[in-house]
Design a protein around this ligand. Structure first.
Ligand code: FAD
Ligand code: NAI
Length: 325
């Protein structure tokens, strides 16, 4: 069986790794410069800055075993950031016993490790699909990327939908999966502060704060030194300001940080990034993954399985199991 996987984020990589171990021939295509998807640290002259996923946790037995493997091969490390949370307008300590992991030296490292021996084509955006009733042909910029027995889409819902619609395979079952948006946006802003006024490395916002998360980059091994702080705005704020100018977003981030500190802080934007498809819509149903044998098609991704890195991995592994069955 020849299998094409579009998307080399955690879900696509987990699926590819399982299929390869079972002796299947897999080729992956990703439009990014490297594998990782939303697990992404940006390389800057200051060092790596985490703009997407901040850390991940492991609850499922299989994923715990996978994390132990990554810990042994050095592609992840435990992050023991001191945690705080916003309560009644003030930041208070909020420690817990949860194990949290990060990729080292950058967030994409565990995805890269899964794809060590994979046939991965980066910088390759698949923009057209054709299904002839038996197999799939993939195209990028008018050029055929090959014909495959099976197709796996491991890309965000809103990016999968137009590809499948144009291929003419969206029936009632698939239509239901695409009715409600599964992923909501997130604005990410990295600020350089003159000083870090909190004795914390990660601060959770709450339902009343525009931001959902603020973190000190230097608390993570391999990242930037100094007072580089990453702020994530919540889904409501990000949706409302989806088309705003990044300078305005940076202004809101500085305002939020100053309000949190209760003082005027010298702050400058280092990076600003809009994630259009970032976090799970809490109202979206949980499918796990989707397998349509008669269409030689599988769909995997965090969005089908409740969001989060662990759920992306589980979705990819579950789909691989279905495909080989
Ligand atoms: P993705 O990582 O999105 O991978 C999809 C891949 O498909 C991408 O690499 C993309 O380039 C590629 N692609 C898309 N379309 C095409 C195409 N047409 N052709 C070729 N390639 C294509 N999770 C946590 O557990 N903890 C966190 O702290 C956390 N924080 C987050 C913060 C932010 C700002 C964001 C955005 C996400 C965060 N997440 C977090 C969620 C986590 O990053 C995701 O759950 C997980 O990385 C999703 O993996 P995936 O493989 O399903 O999708
Ligand atoms: P987790 O168990 O650390 O966090 C889950 C949620 O529990 C947090 O969002 C927070 O509200 C709460 N929480 C956990 N520990 C806390 C503490 N010590 N003090 C106060 N509140 C605490 O991690 P899990 O379940 O693996 O989730 C991953 C994280 O990724 C979550 O924080 C989630 O919001 C975030 N995420 C963000 C996205 C974005 O686009 N910004 C996308 C996907 C996930």
């Amino acid at each position: 069986m020849t299998i094409a996987i579009i998307g080399a984020g955690m879900a696509g990589a987990a699926c590819a790794s399982q299929l390869t171990q079972q002796g299947q021939q897999v080729r992956l295509f990703d439009k990014g410069r490297a594998a990782g998807g939303r697990m992404s640290s940006k390389r800057t002259e200051l060092g790596y800055l985490d703009l997407g996923a901040q850390y991940f946790t492991a609850r499922d037995e299989g994923f715990i075993a996978q994390c132990q493997h990554w810990l042994r091969d050095g592609s992840i490390a435990q992050w023991q950031g001191r945690l705080g949370r916003l309560e009644k307008g003030a930041v208070i300590a909020s420690p817990d016993n949860t194990l949290r992991f990060i990729g080292v030296p950058s967030m994409q490292a565990p995805v890269v490790a899964l794809l060590k021996s994979a046939a991965l084509h980066t910088g390759c955006q698949v923009d057209r699909l054709a299904f002839d009733g038996k197999g799939w042909q993939l195209f990028s910029d008018g050029i055929s990327l090959g014909v495959f027995d099976q197709l796996v889409l491991a890309i965000p819902q809103q990016q999968a939908e137009p590809l499948l619609r144009e291929a003419g395979v969206i029936d009632t079952e698939l239509s239901a999966v695409f009715t409600m948006p599964a992923l909501l946006p997130c604005w990410a802003v990295n600020l350089e502060l003159a000083s870090g006024p909190w004795p914390y490395d990660g601060i959770f916002g709450n339902a009343n704060s525009p931001f959902s998360w603020l973190a000190r980059q230097s608390s993570k091994p391999g990242r930037c030194n100094g007072e580089q702080w990453l702020l994530h705005f919540g889904a409501a704020f990000s949706q409302q300001h989806l088309d705003a100018d990044s300078r305005d977003i940076a202004g809101y981030a500085i305002e939020a940080v100053q309000q949190l500190a209760g003082q005027t802080l010298a702050a400058e934007m280092t990076l600003c990034h809009r994630w259009r498809y970032a976090q799970q819509n809490p109202l979206y149903p949980r499918y796990g993954m989707l397998h349509r044998p008669e269409l030689a098609l599988g769909l995997a991704g965090d969005w089908l399985n409740g969001g989060r890195v662990e759920n992306a991995w589980l979705s990819g592994v579950q789909l691989a199991g279905e495909l080989v069955r």
